[in-house]
Structure formats: structure tokens, C-alpha cells
Design a binder for this molecule. Structure first.
Ligand SMILES: Nc1ncnc2c1ncn2[C@@H]1O[C@H](COP(=O)(O)OP(=O)(O)O)[C@@H](O)[C@H]1O
Ligand SMILES: Cc1ncc(COP(=O)(O)O)c(N)n1
Length: 262
């Protein structure tokens, strides 16, 4: 069985973060493991508290994982401060981790900040260089490229610009922009567009976490990146279309769509 590790924050309401990642991994038939960077008190209406793990404890979790069950791929989500980022980079380099997908989580769908401003520079200079692919949404891509993205032409310009910051690839997610839900992968100097119809579903809590985890699973299976993204895109569209409606705000996805009907 393939093994995939998520390094991310916990969402007690089960829609995003570690919980979304592990559900995605199980639905893909891979063995999921987690190193928790922070506990959040959140639900579908917002983030009400964040309790960061001490960086050395994040390191200790990574030692336990890599010294025992080596992951085939790694997904990194919420990393809220620079010291946590530093320890993750050091450990992943020491253990020569492969197939690293970085979702540069900065702000939750509900609008709450999940990363300190000061950590953005560390993310860019230290974490991005070890990623095989990074998966910013439109606001995160704007933060990395420094200009406003209002069209698919802007997405392409931003992708080329961000690609200069890292040896790997960049996937800009269009969920916040297009009338459809078109994402752009810029990989080895080539643009790949993934077109999908916009699903009329306001429940999008955890879409970014889910997509990046699905990509990590597909990379663990050995698919080349453009194909891995295509398969992950099908998964996210399916989980959104399956139409779960839980909570008072932007609700979670339905990861059971691929498993069984009631
Ligand atoms: N209403 C929607 N219908 C179909 N796909 C969507 C919808 N909203 C988001 N997506 C897709 O979900 C994935 C996550 O995108 P996005 O919501 O932009 O990221 P984030 O959750 O990081 O803000 C992307 O593949 C995006 O195209
Ligand atoms: C712990 C944690 N990590 C990430 C997100 C972002 O979620 P989304 O996928 O909706 O952008 C979140 N709300 N909570």
C-alpha cells in the first residue's frame, strides 16, 4: 500500500486541514499519516482559536514517522510561523522526502488568517524550494507574485512569475476567479489548463486541502504531475458535486461519494 503524510493543522469540525487530508487519503486507498502543526478551534462559520505546536514537537513527529514508515509523498498545509517552517524544511531535507506538495495556506475560506505575515518570506525562501508543486489559490498567488489576478491571462502571467521562485511546478487554482472552476498548472515551462464546470454548491470548506492531498496520493501512485493534477481535479469536482450540506456556514465536502451510497 502507498503511504502519504500530511503536515498540517487540525480542523476540529472535520472539513479542512488534517481531517480533510486523511479522509481524502482513505478515499484514494492510501495509508495516511499526519504531523500536526497547530490545533484550530473552527467550524463552518469561522476560525475561533489557534494553538500552535512547539516547533521541536513538530520535528519529533516527523522523526517518528520517517524513522518507521517512510511516506511515498508528502502534503504540507497550514504552517503558521517561521520556526515551524524551518524545522519542517530541515527534517524533510535530512530524510530526503520525495514528492512534496505544498498548499501555501494563508487565509481560511472564512477569511481568518492562518499564517503570520512574517512567515510568508520564510515560506517563499525556504519551503517553496523543496516542493515538487505548490498549489496557491488566487489570493495566495497574488501574495506570491505581487500583482492582482483578474483574468485567465493574469493567471498565466502569475504562474510564470511564481515559477521563477521555485524549481518545481505551480498550480494556480481558479476557484475564486472564473465563472467555471479552471485551474492552471505551469510545469517545465508548459501551461496545462484543467477545465471544470462550476458546481453550484456554497459548501467549499476544505477544497484546497482536499485537492492538494489528492495530488499527493496520485503522485504516490507514480502518475506524472500533469496526470496527477487531472485525476485530483476529478476527485474534487466529485466531492463538491456529491452535495453534502452540513453546518451553518460554508460546509465541508462529501468524501464518501467514491465509496458507497446509503
Ligand atoms: N464551486 C466550485 N465548483 C467546482 N470546483 C470548484 C468550486 N470552487 C472551488 N473549486 C475547485 O476546488 C479547488 C480548490 O480551489 P480554491 O477554492 O480556489 O482553493 P482554496 O480552497 O485554497 O481557496 C480547485 O480545483 C477549484 O477549481
Ligand atoms: C487547519 C486548516 N487548514 C487549512 C484550512 C484552509 O481550508 P481551505 O481548504 O478551505 O482553504 C483551514 N480552514 N484550516
Amino acid at each position: 500500500m502507498k503511504k502519504v503524510l500530511t503536515i498540517a493543522g487540525s480542523d476540529c469540525s472535520g472539513g479542512a486541514g488534517i481531517q480533510a487530508d486523511l479522509k481524502t487519503m482513505t478515499a484514494h486507498g492510501v495509508y495516511g499519516m499526519s504531523a500536526i502543526t497547530a490545533l484550530t478551534a473552527q467550524n463552518t462559520t469561522g476560525v475561533y482559536g489557534v494553538f500552535e505546536a512547539p516547533p521541536e514537537f513538530v520535528g519529533q513527529q516527523l522523526d517518528c514517522i520517517f524513522q518507521d514508515i517512510r511516506p511515498d509523498a508528502v502534503k504540507i498545509g497550514m504552517v503558521s510561523n517561521a520556526s515551524i517552517i524551518e524545522v519542517i524544511v530541515r527534517k524533510l531535507r535530512d530524510y530526503r522526502a520525495e514528492r512534496i506538495v505544498v498548499d501555501p495556506v494563508m487565509v481560511a475560506t472564512s477569511g481568518s488568517r492562518l499564517m503570520a505575515d512574517a512567515a510568508v518570506t520564510t515560506l517563499r525562501d525556504r519551503l517553496l524550494p523543496i516542493a515538487a508543486v505548490i498549489t496557491p489559490n488566487i489570493p495566495e498567488a497574488e501574495c506570491l507574485c505581487g500583482f492582482v489576478i483578474e483574468s485567465t491571462d493574469d493567471m498565466l502571467r502569475a504562474a510564470k512569475n511564481i515559477a521563477r521562485l521555485l524549481p518545481g511546478a505551480v498550480l494556480i487554482k481558479g476557484g475564486h476567479l472564473t465563472d467555471a472552476a479552471d485551474d492552471l498548472l505551469y510545469c517545465d515551462g508548459q501551461a496545462h489548463w484543467y477545465h471544470a464546470p462550476r458546481v453550484e454548491n456554497p459548501n467549499t470548506h476544505g477544497t484546497g486541502c482536499t485537492l492538494s492531498s489528492a495530488i499527493a496520493c496520485e503522485l504516490a501512485f507514480g502518475h506524472p504531475l500533469p496526470e496527477a493534477v487531472g485525476r485530483a481535479k476529478e476527485y474534487i469536482t466529485g466531492a463538491l458535486s456529491a452535495g453534502l450540506d452540513l453546518g451553518k456556514g460554508s460546509g465541508p465536502l462529501n468524501h464518501c461519494f467514491a465509496i458507497r451510497e446509503e
